[in-house]
Design a protein around this ligand. Structure first.
Ligand code: ADP
Length: 297
């Protein structure tokens, strides 16, 4: 409902802008025929016309941008509320059960396990939001030190295997030669973890994730994460790196999330003078994400 309302108001503002420009052009054409002899007036008229049209175009552009931003923030608040509320509700339910009923030892252990998983999910969401704030501040520079890229990737993979209970075949790593770069270890870890987590999360039950590292012409190092999961529409390959952006439409996978992971990946790449991008043949055809960072700065 809110989105439809916003779309209507975007359409209204664009129509208003186009209408105003048409009126100005009409006025100008009429005025031109009335006073075509006086050259200076004509020149001033053209100038005024250009200023007016630029003003209207700029005004419409900024208005539409603001509406889009509001729309994204609404989507983010909805996603975050869901991501915070669901694990808390689950923990509460298990605690209530433990408090009000006699639960067997096995079940009790299972409940503790689930509550621990939920609290981890809660911590991840909070950490993701805090990291977005930190990275978004351009005054906060990365904390540089020597980082062996293979070691960071191995760490992220070990974490994901434990977290999602995966075998080495489901989540495999092919290391390249050992490469050390100058980077912020926490930021690089966060970026690689987000890529690996996404590859697993968007693979559904068919987790076949392959991670590779290597160097490009001895200048850059790359981390490539390939999955055979949900895939991405060509039109969304760039959009998904925007803050709060989540794929939409009937083909979009139904996986809970906040739309911050890839924004963090791209920000980390940029802060280190590198880049990050996605490749996919389309929905249902898997995807490949590449994080590229310079070896020396
Ligand atoms: P989140 O996963 O929390 O929504 P991200 O910023 O990590 O946020 O991802 C943004 C969007 O990009 C996701 O909503 C999803 O649609 C798409 N996406 C990211 N990684 C993958 C992947 N490996 N396969 C398919 N889609 C992906």
């Amino acid at each position: 409902m809110v989105v439809a309302g916003r779309r209507r108001s975007i359409g209204l503002f664009i129509a208003l802008g186009v209408g105003m420009i048409s009126v100005i052009v009409l006025l100008y054409v009429g005025w031109f025929f009335l006073s075509w002899r006086s050259g200076i007036l004509l020149f001033l008229g053209v100038l005024l016309l250009a200023v007016l049209i630029s003003g209207v175009v700029l005004n419409t552009f900024f208005l539409v941008r603001e509406i889009r931003r509001n729309e994204q923030q609404d989507a983010f608040i909805n996603a975050v509320t869901h991501e915070l509320k669901t694990p808390v509700a689950s923990i509460r339910l298990y605690l209530e059960t433990l408090q009000t009923r006699a639960v067997e030892e096995d079940k009790r252990k299972e409940f503790y396990g689930i509550m621990l998983e939920d609290s981890n999910r809660l911590m991840e969401t909070i950490e993701q939001i805090l990291r977005t704030g930190r990275i978004g501040h351009s005054s906060r520079k990365p904390n540089l030190s020597s980082v062996e890229i293979g070691a960071v990737v191995e760490e992220c993979i070990a974490r994901a295997r434990t977290l999602y209970n995966l075998s080495p075949e489901s989540l495999s790593y092919r290391p390249g030669s050992s490469i050390t770069i100058l980077a912020d270890p926490d930021e690089v870890r966060a970026a690689v973890s987000n890529l690996v987590d996404n590859a697993v999360r968007y693979s559904g039950n068919n987790v076949k994730v392959k991670v590779e590292t290597g160097s490009i012409h001895g200048r850059d190092v790359f981390v490539r994460v390939h999955d055979e999961g949900a895939g991405i529409a060509k039109t969304e390959l760039k959009q998904i790196f925007k803050r709060f952006y989540r794929a939409r439409g009937p083909a979009a996978p139904r996986v809970p999330g906040t739309g911050l992971g890839l924004y963090i990946v791209r920000s980390v790449a940029k802060r280190h003078g590198g880049r990050a991008w996605a490749e996919s043949e389309g929905p249902g055809r898997g995807s490949t994400f590449v994080l590229q960072l310079p070896i020396s700065r």
